[in-house]
Design a binder for this molecule. Structure first.
Ligand SMILES: Nc1nc2c(ncn2[C@@H]2O[C@H](COP(=O)(O)OP(=O)(O)O)[C@@H](O)[C@H]2O)c(=O)[nH]1
Ligand SMILES: [Mg+2]
Length: 476
């Protein structure tokens, strides 16, 4: 067991505020001796005991329940004591201060979980899942975090590690025991195993991608000329009057954010100021913010007014957005082709206000535009006609399939490591096909394993651990 340090740490483990119960948690070698000085008795493991909690002056702080989890059978793997008092901040702060006065140290954010990880109680994926469970913003996200916490994702990574280990054994043996090249039979077997592993990587990556979408959702930015109905569309999607709607162009000056939930998928909608050239400095700043919001969008809904524009005007509408020149200075440098492609790949056009056009039907269609497939929605933010089609497409565009029980939570870090690992595996597959020296292939496979190890925390740097656990809340 790795023991990071021998400090005994303490923290208030419950949320700040008024509540029926509040908990101070102690973990470390002195947990029992410190708690004994506060409650006056020795605790038996796993037995809820009614205790008086007092200061050194024997002034009573609170009366409540004390619990003792003896090492290694605790969350952190160390001796853990929980003091359950009343959930008012004065009580809990007094208790905490008393723990510190008796030799404990205030825990850093995530330090309990970090100790659980360092003591081998959970792997890194599970530790991260705890934070994701606590921060889950939908039932779906909570469920998938719980599945990662239960080890579903770890199991898949460990299976990949086993795949790779088997291949490594073959390759390393061939290096050690043969002066000649790897023989044909063996080479075919290794090649098959690599292809199979590669296929498993793709499956795990796709599942992890879903996990990331469920956790973080997608960001949708509403952009377009003033008065097109962007704020109305935000309100319609949110089902509430979040944004001010008027018939005065230029009403929205700042960037407005609202989170909605579609089939359990969090969607962060950003409403922006109408895009146009304005002499008003406040509006100019609004336009600047609108344009920079486009950068964080997974999806851009370019909203237009059907009474003013039709399909024939698609090109000028889209090109104006691509050019992004709203400061009246046409001499500005244009966006690079790569930037324009990136923008177009995330773009959909919304023809709003179809209620004002006779015989116009709501719905979705697509058209090809500069090598991109552009989706066009016809709807009314006023009557809500066509809104459901947009909702369905938001979920679809997010690449989200409700695969129910198969879901587990994942983070960007895991996806990056998985794709790095798969890339190293591809290099090994290529090397084998090209008859490159086995040492090179072995090195690629070693890298595959190292990337996988970083996911579960088998191989990690202190920097990475610091980064992960510092984003936790205190007391967890
Ligand atoms: N008839 C009709 N009016 C709309 C619709 N959407 C927005 N409007 C009106 O258009 C005006 C501008 O709407 P707003 O949402 O503030 O546009 P924004 O400037 O793009 O945010 C307001 O008077 C809205 O009531 C729609 O679908 N149908
Ligand atoms: Mg607006």
């Amino acid at each position: 067991m790795i023991q990071k340090d021998s400090d005994t740490i303490c923290a208030i483990a419950t949320a700040n505020g008024h509540a029926g119960i509040g908990i101070v948690r102690l973990s470390g070698p002195k947990a029992i001796s410190i708690s004994k000085k506060i409650i006056g008795i020795s605790l038996k493991p796993r037995r809820a005991t009614l205790v008086d909690m007092t200061l050194a002056s024997s002034e009573l702080i609170d009366r409540g329940i004390a619990l003792f989890f003896k090492s290694p059978h605790s969350f952190t793997g160390e001796d853990v004591v929980e003091l359950h008092g009343h959930g008012g901040s004065q009580v809990l702060v007094s208790l905490l201060n008393q723990c510190v006065a008796l030799g404990a140290r205030l825990a850093a954010p995530g330090e309990f979980s970090e100790r659980a990880f360092l003591n081998g109680k959970i792997d890194l994926l599970q530790a991260e899942a705890i934070a994701d469970l606590i921060n889950a913003s939908s039932a779906q996200a909570a469920r998938s975090a719980m599945r990662t916490l239960q080890g579903v994702f770890s199991g898949k990574i460990n299976q990949l590690v086993r795949d790779i280990t088997k291949i490594r054994v073959d390759v390393e043996a061939a290096i050690d025991f043969s002066d000649e090249d790897i023989d044909i039979m063996e080479s075919a077997r290794v090649s098959d195993a690599m292809q199979t592993a590669n296929h498993h990587f793709t499956q795990v990556f796709q599942a992890a991608q879903q996990g990331l979408v469920i956790k973080d959702g997608i960001t949708v930015v509403l952009a377009g000329i003033p008065n097109a109905g962007k704020s109305s569309l935000l309100n319609a999607l949110a089902g509430s009057d979040t944004a001010i709607v008027t018939n005065i162009p230029g009403t929205t000056r700042d960037v407005l954010r609202q989170e909605i939930n579609l089939n359990g998928l969090p969607i962060h909608i950003i409403d922006t100021a109408g895009l146009r050239y304005s002499k008003n400095v406040v509006e100019q700043e609004g336009v600047r913010r609108a344009l920079s919001a486009l950068d964080e969008a997974d999806l851009i809904l370019l909203v237009t007014d059907s009474t003013m524009y039709s399909d024939q005007d698609l090109s000028p509408i889209v090109e104006t957005l691509c050019a992004g020149n709203y400061d009246g200075d046409t001499a500005d440098e244009k966006k690079s082709p790569a930037e324009i492609n990136h923008l177009l790949s995330r773009l959909c056009v919304v023809f709003n206000k179809i209620d004002l056009i006779s015989n116009s039907k709501s719905g979705v269609s697509s058209t090809s535009y500069r090598e991109h497939e552009l989706k066009l929605f016809r709807l009314s933010a006023k009557t809500n006609e066509g809104l459901n089609e947009l909702r369905d497409h938001l979920v679809e565009i997010a690449g989200y399939q409700n695969i129910g029980e198969g879901n587990f939570s994942a983070r960007e870090r895991h996806l990056t490591a998985l794709s790095d690992a798969q890339e190293a595996l591809s290099s090994a597959i290529f090397g084998l096909g090209e008859n490159l020296p086995l040492e090179l292939i072995a090195e690629d496979l070693r890298r595959v394993q190292a990337y996988l190890g970083a996911i579960t925390g088998e191989v990690t740097s202190d920097d990475l651990l610091g980064e992960i656990f510092s984003s936790f809340c205190i007391g967890k």
